[in-house]
Structures are given as C-alpha cells and as structure tokens.
Ligand binder design. Structure first.
Ligand code: FES
Ligand code: FES
Length: 160
C-alpha cells in the first residue's frame, strides 16, 4: 500500500507554494528536483558538508536533513531569492566581488551560513576573524581556503 502523501505549504522566495509529496521526501529533493531551485546542491547527503544549506525562517538549515513536510508553514529563501532581498543581495554581491567562490559548489550553503551569521544578534563582533571562521566551519569548501570569504564577511560586517 502506498503511504498517504503529505501536504506541505510554505513561502518560497516570496511566493506561496503548496505541494503533495510522499512522506519521506527530503526538502532538498522537493526544492531542487520539483521546484527547480538549482542553487540547492547535495554533496554528502548526510548533514556533514553544508552545501545544501538554505535559509528557513532566517536560519541556515541543511535541506538534506529536513523532510519536505517539516517545512510546512515556514518561509524559505534560496539563492534564487537573494536578489529581491537587500540584506541578502549584498551578501551575494560580496561573494562575487570578493572572489568568495571558485568551483561554486559550496557557495549557496556558504552564503546561507554567512547571512545567518551576520543576522545573529548573539555575536558581539561580526568582523572578528576568529568568530567568522567558527561560523564558516558549518560548510566544507575544498577550493577557496576560506581566506577570501573571511575577508568579505569582515567587509560586510563593517558596512552594517
Ligand atoms: S548535502 Fe546536506 S550537509 Fe552535505
Ligand atoms: S568553491 Fe569549490 S567547494 Fe567551495
């Protein structure tokens, strides 16, 4: 017997989405494969690399560890929606202008992580390189060596 599909409704980049999905559907699969959010990138698929991270209610979440049904009632932002949000557009622009990506595979997850970090009211000094590096530990990047990203995040912190 087929399991009963789950209904899931959420805001995706400012637009209302309602879908019926098999209950075991991962949020990453719903976003990328059905809804066309190609910025959502699956690396390890088991919560380690961070490349699949997206913003869920402003928090960076690993979409490979969330069921689609768990997103019901949330507000989701992927990189496809950054341009419409001034706070996120500046993050995206900083990655471009500050050479924050090489192959780009981790970059969506990295930007979600940086956006959450910059909005985190519990951080007293967003420009502190040690604090920035600690936040960036959430995403594995095999290309950049992180230095450019640390620099651009410090620059963003200085502008805010
Ligand atoms: S693909 Fe989700 S953490 Fe690696
Ligand atoms: S830019 Fe290639 S893995 Fe980060």
């Amino acid at each position: 017997m087929q399991p009963t599909p789950a209904s899931v409704s959420f805001d995706l980049n400012g637009a209302a989405v309602s879908e019926q999905v098999p209950p075991a559907t991962l949020l990453a699969a719903l976003l990328r494969d059905r809804l066309g959010m190609k910025s959502v990138r699956l690396g390890c698929g088991e919560g380690v690399c961070g490349s699949c991270s997206i913003l869920v209610d402003g928090r960076s979440m690993r979409s490979c560890l969330m069921l689609a049904a768990q997103a019901d009632g949330t507000s989701i932002t992927t990189v496809e929606g950054y341009a419409a949000r001034p706070d996120l557009a500046t993050v995206q622009a900083a990655f471009v202008e500050g050479f924050g990506a090489q192959c780009g595979f981790c970059t969506s997850g990295m930007m979600a992580t940086v956006a959450e970090y910059l909005a985190d009211g519990s951080v007293s000094d967003h420009g502190d390189p040690v604090t920035i590096r600690s936040a960036l530990n959430a995403v594995a990047c095999r290309c950049t060596g992180y230095q450019q990203i640390v620099r651009l995040v410090a620059g963003l912190a200085g502008e805010r």
